[in-house]
Design a protein around this ligand. Sequence first.
Ligand SMILES: [Zn+2]
Length: 194
Amino acid sequence: MSRETLCPVCEQGILAPEQDQNPVTYKGITKVLPMRLSVCSCCGSETATTADLRENKRIANEFKKKVDGLLTGCELRHLRTEQWCISQDMASKIFGGGPKAFSKYESDDVVQSEAMDKLLRIAASVPEVLDVLKTMSGIEIMVEKQIVVSAKTSQWSETINDIESTQTTSISSSSHHKEFLYNDTKHWRVREVA
Ligand SMILES: [Zn+2]
């Protein structure tokens, strides 16, 4: 999609995207932030389009989050996708904040509250907290927490006994390499990988 739009001042020129450097001060801390704007090729007028304003707000919000010690959108996205392995929708159901909350937090459109930030950080550092929140949300989530690959039968029996002793026999007869998946609600399954 082209960002080219007609200049609202002269209505003849085409707006071209440019980037300026803008010092921003928040709570006594000043940082030069990139600022998007659009400049008319004909009359030279500088305009901030809707897209410019949205992007500038995101950059400003990221700066504010850093100053306030809150998780940035990038940090939260990493946490959700790499550590928790859940969708944005699922995260909203677990943590609250509304159906689009995590989309807005992660794009830095919205600064999460201090309370939400603390909840996210506690869940990040104490895995059991996430489990409790899942239960409170009233939904059962099949999150595979650990993958053990290439285990021989003898090791399988040992490994699985630790998790769910009553189910051991159903897979201990095979000597093939398998991938063992389980979650925190005693559901588990095995599939061939070799
Ligand atoms: Zn113009």
